[in-house]
Structure formats: C-alpha cells, structure tokens
Design a protein. Structure first.
Length: 119
C-alpha cells in the first residue's frame, strides 16, 4: 500500500471543486430553520443563569456584605433568574416551531426530490 499516493489523493480531494448536493442543501436548510431558536436559547439561558447566580450570591452574603437590603435584592434578582430560566424552553419551542414553519415547504420539497432520485 502506497501511503504517499493515498496522502496525495486526500490533499487533491480537499482542493478539488465540490458539487453542491441536495443532501447538503437539505442539511443547510435544516440548520437555518433551527439556528435562531438555538442561538436564542443558549444566549438567554446563559444570561438568566448568571442573573440567578448573582441573586444567590447577594442573598447568601457572598457579595453585598450580607446586609438586609442586599439579601432582599438578592431574593428579587434570584426570582427574576428563576423565571427567566423557566420560560427559556417554551420560548425556544415557539421559535423553533416558527423556523420550521418558515422553511417547511422548501425542506419537504427537497426531501421528496432526494427520496425520488434515490429510487
């Protein structure tokens, strides 16, 4: 087995022009339909987790010196964080459904073309 030949072919395949396949287009459409929901869910989830953590730190006296106003503010901020984390998934589902509805026709049409050409 000539490893130099295999290596040369692998390098040549990287630089050869690639034809756009329907399966690749289908994957891109699927990612496009889901990307807004995923970006929102991760970003909002991280921010709300940080808000919850800040509230916990304030209420436990890690920051704010443990004074009564800091503990009260910590409880309030913590509740906001809990609510934010709690509503993250329903908002994600609504955004995901909207993205799927937006691209559903194109995805179904392309999937049918792929399945018909495979037969």
């Amino acid at each position: 087995m000539n490893t130099d030949k295999i290596y040369a072919e692998a390098i040549a395949n990287e630089y050869a022009p690639k034809e756009a396949s329907k399966v690749l287009a289908l994957k891109k459409l699927d990612m496009k339909a889901k990307s807004k929901a995923n970006i929102f869910a991760y970003t909002f989830g991280v921010v709300m987790a940080l808000v919850l953590e800040t509230g916990m730190c304030l209420s436990m006296g890690v920051i704010g010196g443990g004074s009564i106003p800091a503990v009260g503010a910590g409880i309030g901020v913590g509740i906001i964080g809990i609510v934010g984390v709690g509503v993250n998934y329903p908002i994600y589902r609504k955004l995901l459904d909207a993205g799927k509805r937006k691209y559903a026709f194109e995805i179904v049409q392309l999937a049918r073309e792929i399945s018909e050409s495979a037969e």
